[in-house]
Ligand binder design. Structure first.
Ligand SMILES: NC(=O)c1ccc[n+]([C@@H]2O[C@H](COP(=O)([O-])OP(=O)(O)OC[C@H]3O[C@@H](n4cnc5c(N)ncnc54)[C@H](OP(=O)(O)O)[C@@H]3O)[C@@H](O)[C@H]2O)c1
Length: 249
C-alpha cells in the first residue's frame, strides 16, 4: 500500500482523490486550510494525516510534510492539486488578484517540492503529479489570472523531469477539462463536457498507472482543446471568441 500526499484535499478533485485512495487501503496525507473538512475525510481511517496548512506558507508546509513522513512513512505519490480560480475581466486589472493566483497555484506547488523531492531522492523512487489545466495550453477568456499559473506549472514539470526522472522520480502533469467543483461553480456559462470530481479522480488514478507524462481528460474535450493549440493566432482568437461570447473583429 502506498502513501499519497494530496494538497487541496478538502473539496472537489482533491477530496475525491483522497477518498478513493483511502478506500483502496492506502495511507493519505491531506493538505488544505479547512481543518474540519479534512477531519471528516479521515474519519475511520488509521492511515490518515490531516495537515491543515496554507500552501502559500512555505515553512508551515515543509513542517507539515516532515510530520506526515514521520507519521505515515515516505511519500510514494504526491499530487499537488491545491488551487484557486477567479474569472477576470482584462479591461479592469487588479495585480493583487494575479499575484494571489501565482502564490496559491504556482508557488503553492513549488513550496511543497523541496521536502517531497528530498524524500523521494532518498528512497530513489516516487511519483510527483502536478495539477495544471487545459487552460494552461492557450489563453482563454476570463482566465488571464488563472491560465498563466497553469502554463507555468507545465513548464515547471517539464524542466524538473530532466533532473529527476533519471533519479527515479516519475513526474506527471494533469490537465483536466471542466470538473464540477466549488471552483467552477462561479462560472456563468455552460461548461462543455463537464465531469464530476469522482470521474476526474478516476481519470487521474488511472493516468498515474501509465507511463504517460501528460494526463488529460475528458478525452473528447482534451482532444478538441489540443487541436486549438496548433491553430494560427487569428483563427484561434476568432474561433474561441465566437464560441465563448467574446466575438473578435
Ligand atoms: N474544476 C475544474 O474544472 C478544474 C479544471 C482544471 C484544473 N483544475 C484544478 O484542479 C485543482 C483542484 O480544484 P477543484 O476544481 O477541485 O476546486 P476546489 O473544490 O475549489 O478545490 C480547491 C482545493 O484547493 C485548496 N486550497 C485553495 N487555496 C489553498 C491554500 N492557499 N492553501 C491550501 N489549500 C488551498 C482548497 O482547500 P481550502 O479552501 O480548505 O484551503 C480546496 O481543497 C486546482 O488546482 C484547479 O486549478 C480544476
Amino acid at each position: 500500500m502506498s502513501h499519497y500526499f494530496i494538497t487541496g484535499a478538502s473539496s472537489g478533485i482533491g477530496a475525491a482523490l483522497a477518498k478513493k485512495c483511502l478506500a483502496a487501503g492506502n495511507s493519505v496525507t491531506a493538505v488544505a486550510r479547512r481543518a474540519d473538512r479534512l477531519a471528516a475525510l479521515g474519519e475511520g481511517h488509521d492511515g490518515f494525516h490531516a495537515a491543515a496548512c496554507d500552501v502559500t506558507d512555505a515553512a508551515a508546509l515543509a513542517k507539515s510534510i516532515r510530520k506526515s513522513i514521520a507519521k505515515l512513512g515516505g511519500i510514494d505519490c504526491a499530487i499537488l492539486n491545491a488551487g484557486m480560480y477567479e474569472p477576470q475581466d482584462s479591461t479592469a486589472i487588479d495585480p493583487s488578484i494575479y499575484a494571489r493566483h501565482m502564490d496559491v497555484n504556482y508557488m503553492g506547488v513549488v513550496n511543497a517540492l523541496p521536502s517531497i523531492v528530498d524524500n523521494m531522492l532518498e528512497s530513489g523512487r516516487g511519483q510527483l503529479a502536478i495539477v495544471s489545466s487545459v487552460a494552461g495550453w492557450r489563453g482563454l477568456p476570463r482566465a488571464a489570472a488563472y491560465g498563466p499559473t497553469k502554463a507555468a506549472l507545465i513548464s515547471l514539470a517539464e524542466s524538473m523531469t530532466f533532473d529527476l526522472a533519471p533519479r527515479g522520480i516519475d513526474i506527471k502533469v494533469i490537465c483536466p477539462g471542466f470538473v464540477d467543483t466549488e471552483s467552477t461553480a462561479v462560472n456563468d456559462y455552460e461548461m462543455p463536457h463537464l465531469i464530476s470530481a469522482e470521474t476526474a479522480a478516476d481519470e487521474i488514478l488511472a493516468g498515474l498507472k501509465t507511463d504517460r507524462f501528460l494526463i488529460k481528460f475528458p478525452r473528447k474535450f482534451a482532444r478538441s482543446m489540443n487541436m486549438l493549440r496548433w491553430l494560427p493566432d487569428r483563427t484561434y482568437f476568432r474561433l474561441v471568441g465566437a464560441r465563448t461570447g467574446f466575438p473578435q473583429r
